[in-house]
Design a binder for this molecule. Sequence first.
Ligand SMILES: [Fe+2]
Length: 446
Amino acid sequence: MTMIDDSTPAFLQGNGRPVTEERTITDLTITGSLPAELDGRYVRNGANPLTGKADHPFFGDGMVHGVRLRDGKAVWYRNRFVRDDDVAAAKGLPPAPGPRHGMGSGVANTNVISHAGRTFAIVEAGGLPVELSDELETIQYSNFEGTLPGSFTAHPKRDPDTGELHAVVYYWEWDYLQYLVVGNDGRVRRKVDVPVPGKPMVHDCAITERYVVLFDLPCTFDVNVALEGAFPYVWNPDYGARVGLLPRDGEASQVRWLEVPLCYVFHPLNAYETADGRVVLDVCRHPKMFARDRLGPNEGRPTLDRWVLDPSSGKVDTECLDDRGHEFPRHDERRIGKAIRYGYTAGLADRLGVGPIYKHDLVKRASQVRLEGNGRAYLEPVFVPRTPESDEDDGWLLAYVYDAPTNGGEVQILHAQDFNGSPVATIHLPQRVPFGFHGNWVPDLT
Ligand SMILES: [Fe+2]
C-alpha cells in the first residue's frame, strides 16, 4: 500500500494517488439503462506511478482503465499498467518487445487511442506508442512498422473524412516540430519538419480542412533545469507566442505564423476555416505554464478563448468565451476541423475538489454547468454520437467520475441534449479511477 506522508506532493494525494491493483471485474452494478447502441470500449490513460512516488505529475507510469459495453451490458472493467521498462522490471516481467526512442523507461501515460484496428497508449516528448490488446494487456512498443521517424504525440487528430491521423511531434533534441500523417494502414505516409527558434513544449495540435495548426508557445526546454533533474520545460516569455498554419499538403517554407497573446495552450477545442479564409481556433488558454509552480499546471484559471486568425493580414482577434476554468475540451469528433456548435469541458478550478463539466453552445454563446457537488468530480467528458448519422450533440457524454466520500469510481453516461438530467446509466466501478489525463470511446467495428 502506498504511504501518504507530509512529503507527498499534492498531485499524489486524494484522487491523484495511484491505484496499485490491476483488476478484472465482470459483474458490474449498473444504475439506469445502458444504451444498446454503445458497443465498444471506453478507455482512459493516466500517470499512475507503480512505486507510488513520482517527481512530476507528468512522469508516472501509465495505467489504462477501461469498460467494455455490449448489448446494453457492461461486460467488464479492467485496469492495467502500461508495461514500460520500469514496470516490467518491478514486476519481474520481461521488457515489452519492440523498439525504443529517447531516454527513460518508455512511459506511455497520456492518452489511449485506436487506429488501424489496434489500440495504442501514447505520449509526447520522445516516447513511442505502446500497442495494447483489446483487453488492455501490453503487446509491444510500436514505431508504426518502422515508419515513425522519431517518436509520437499524445494528441493526433483524426480527419473525419479520411480516417487518417494528423500529428505534431516534438523532442528536446530537435530544433523543429514534425508534422506527420499516419495512413489508414497504420503507417506514416507523410512527414514535414518545421524549424522553430527554440524547443517548445507542444502538447497538441489542430487541423482544419486545409491546414494543420502548430503551437509555438513560450514554455520551452531548459537544459540547465534538465541537468538538475527537474521537469525541463519552463515559462519563457521572451520566446514570444505564435501559431502556425501549415498547408496540409505544403512544405515548411509555406507556414504562415501569426502572433498570439503570451499564454500556454495544452488543448485546443477545435479549429475550422470560415468562408472568407480566416481560421477560428478555440483553445483552453492558461495565463502561463511552469512559471512559479514547476509541478503545475497551476498558474491561474485556464479560460475558454476564441482566436480568429487572418492569414492574409496576419491579424488575430481574441475573445474570452468563458472564464470559469476549463480543460480537457472535447467535441463531436465527426466534426474535427469543421465548424462546431457544441463543446464540452471539465472544470479545472480546483483539481483536487469537486469538479464540474460544462457544455458550451458556441453559437448562442451560452454554457451549462453540471456540478454534482458533495466531493464528486468529473474527469474528461467524451462525446459519442447516438448513431453515425445523428446530429451534432445527439448522443452521449461518457465520463469517469471520482466520488470522494466513498473513495469510489463510476462511469456516468449522460444524454448530451439532457445535460443536467439524470444520467442515462451509471456503471459502478470496483475502485476509483485517478484523475489521469485522457480517454476515448473505441467503437467495436467488427
Ligand atoms: Fe492532453
